[in-house]
Design a protein around this ligand. Structure first.
Ligand code: NAD
Length: 272
């Protein structure tokens, strides 16, 4: 406890002196919004092997050969995002903007930083709430959580009542995946093996290279190249604060849940 208090006090001191801060978030920041992390969901990739469920070719093969399994996976994956709301940690990150320049660089695809009101959000792995044309990644549609939920409900019904054939699965997914007047469209997310999206990746590099403090939150640092960003910030002289209940990292590790630690940190750095 005393250790946590000391770490928070030291981190607050660094934040107070910084003009420019990067908050680098991972799945753990959204855990308290009800979205499971890969780490916490009990061997996620053992249940859903990454070659099949984490790549576009794997997903397409599943849609054709085992549509029920894919529909069940999508319901498991998409429902928590469709039902999520920002939690106190997303709001604390937004509040930091009152005191310094904050760029949020997030690995998450859940749109919760933007919904909480952060104004500079760089989504390096894209967003589930955006549909793009594959040909040039221009935006075809923005999706509300309500619309995502409607898709999840359809997929759920398909699993329970019908036989989710390839054709029925594609019909249910039509708002986010299909062929239109500009060719194929799909959710704007980066899967395993995909190149990082631009200009987001360049913006992220620029932000970490010009910040004085980087605060990483809820990330196990195992997904590359994203995991290199805090090291890149450090190489340019920034201090690295890390918030996570399990995973030690950074110059200062504040051990704890994001929803508890981030509001505490912001209050300590800039008392009302
Ligand atoms: P990860 O699952 O590998 O690690 C999650 C980390 O969050 C762990 O270190 C865990 O200790 C920590 N954590 C758990 N609960 C926490 C809490 N309440 N507060 C703070 N930390 C907490 O996640 P990753 O490093 O982000 O890598 C997985 C990849 O999959 C990333 O691209 C990630 O964004 C993506 N993903 C995204 C979402 C989402 O959009 N919400 C959800 C799952 C995975």
């Amino acid at each position: 406890m005393q250790e946590t208090e000391q770490a928070v006090a030291e981190a607050a001191r660094l934040l107070r002196q910084a003009r420019s801060v990067v908050v680098f978030s991972g799945a753990g920041i959204s855990a308290e919004s009800g979205i499971p992390t890969f780490r916490d969901s009990g061997g996620w990739w053992e249940r859903f092997p990454v070659e099949q469920f984490g790549t576009w070719t794997g997903l397409l093969a599943l849609a054709r050969d085992r549509p029920r399994e894919l529909a069940e996976y999508l319901v498991t994956r998409l429902r928590p995002v469709a039902e999520a709301r920002p939690n106190p940690s997303h709001r604390a990150v937004r509040d930091m903007e009152r005191f310094c320049r904050v760029t949020v660089v997030t690995q998450n695809i859940d749109g919760l930083h933007t919904e909480a009101g952060s104004s500079r959000v760089v989504e390096i792995h894209g967003s589930l709430l955006r549909v793009v044309w594959v040909v040039d990644r221009t935006v075809k549609a923005h999706l509300s959580r309500q619309e995502l939920k409607a898709i999840v409900d359809k997929l759920g019904e398909l699993c329970q009542t019908g036989r989710p054939s390839f054709r029925r699965l594609l019909l249910a997914l039509q708002p986010i995946f299909g062929v239109g007047w500009r060719g194929l469209y799909r959710p704007d997310v980066v899967l395993f093996g995909d190149a990082m999206v631009e200009p987001e990746w360049t913006h992220a590099l620029h932000a970490v290279r010009s910040c004085q403090v980087i605060v990483s939150v809820g990330t196990s640092g195992q997904v590359f190249p994203a995991a290199m960003l805090p090291m890149e910030a450090k190489r340019q002289g920034a201090a690295w604060i890390h918030v996570d209940p399990q995973e030690p990292a950074g110059d200062i590790w504040i051990k704890g849940r994001a929803g508890e630690i981030l509001p505490l940190l912001v209050n300590k750095a800039w008392p009302a």
